[in-house]
Design a protein around this ligand. Structure first.
Ligand SMILES: [Zn+2]
Ligand SMILES: [Zn+2]
Length: 294
């Protein structure tokens, strides 16, 4: 029985390199694959492997005083969804390009938006009214193309670091007096994004605690979410529940689409939105055209 775990914690680490060596030995010894990033601000990981090994990993990781009580999210998947094990020290555990702006305590990022559990999100909307609560997608635009909260604002963002400029754009000025809820896959990006938005003058910013993953566990497709969830491993997308509404458009045939194909042109290498039929195509729509005309 294999699974995937996702986790992060913002917490001050005085010796990231020592943590890296310990984590590498631990994950390697348990035959896990995936990615662990360690920084002075904390840890962020996704690992796949046997369930018993993952449980052992969780238990031993929590023995470190900094990681006591860290939340681990379980997801369907397996070791082979990752090509290898990668454990690195970086300036940030999620790359906004502003390591100097991030200050953390044992409670997480200092100055971030108030955290909302999935039920609390619904309560907030009931209280303030649907039209007064704005969802702000904390992910890249291509992730949102196959699934997002209904009516969410999606930025022109190809990389997380693009948010630093994005939130300064005048088109968001009118959101500064509104209630804004940021969300991302597991919550890690919103810890920093909500802090940056508050710094930028957004007055009433919340973040969805545990991200779309936790929301999906609570409400599946029954709530305010539509489409699939993009994930950064070989699964590419996962449903939150049965009967997923395909909100994307196939880049080949324009039919409703909820997944991606992978362009095999090595100069392109892009993921393209594709319906079930076209997901098997070798090239994205642009490269197919090029091939046909040359
Ligand atoms: Zn298609
Ligand atoms: Zn292509």
């Amino acid at each position: 029985m294999q699974r995937i775990i996702l986790y992060y914690k913002f917490v001050p680490l005085t010796d990231p390199e020592a943590v890296r060596l310990w984590q590498l030995a631990l994950a390697e010894g348990l035959n896990l694959r995936g990615r662990i990033i360690i920084a002075e601000h904390g840890i962020n990981g996704t690992l796949g492997g046997d369930m018993k090994d993952l449980k052992r990993y969780i238990k031993l990781t929590r023995t470190h005083s900094a990681f006591k009580g860290m939340v681990f999210k379980w997801s369907d998947g397996k070791r082979a969804d990752f090509p290898k094990l990668n454990v690195r020290v970086r300036p940030e555990i999620v790359t906004f390009g502003v390591p100097h702006k991030i200050r953390v305590s044992s409670q997480g990022v200092i100055g971030g938006g108030a955290r909302l559990k999935p039920e609390q999100l619904h309560q907030l909307i009931d209280k303030k009214g649907k039209e007064n609560v704005i969802f702000f997608d904390g992910r890249n635009a291509y992730e949102a193309a196959i699934g997002k909260f209904k009516g969410a604002v999606v930025g022109s963002v190809d990389h997380t670091r693009d948010f630093v400029k994005e939130i300064k754009k005048p088109k968001y000025t009118n959101l500064k007096d509104k209630t804004v809820v940021t969300y991302c896959t597991g919550g890690v990006r919103c810890e920093v994004l909500s802090m940056l938005m508050k710094e930028e003058g957004f007055r009433d910013v919340y973040q969805l605690d545990g991200g779309i993953v936790k929301y999906g566990e609570a409400f599946g497709n029954e709530g305010l979410w539509e489409g699939s969830l993009y994930v950064f491993d070989q699964r590419i997308s996962v449903p939150l529940g049965p009967q997923v509404k395909a909100i994307g458009r196939c880049s080949h045939c324009q039919k409703p689409a909820g997944s991606f194909g992978d362009c095999r042109n090595t100069d392109c290498n892009r993921l393209f939105i594709a319906c079930e039929v076209c997901a098997g195509k070798q090239y994205c729509a642009d490269c197919s055209l090029l091939k046909a005309t040359t």
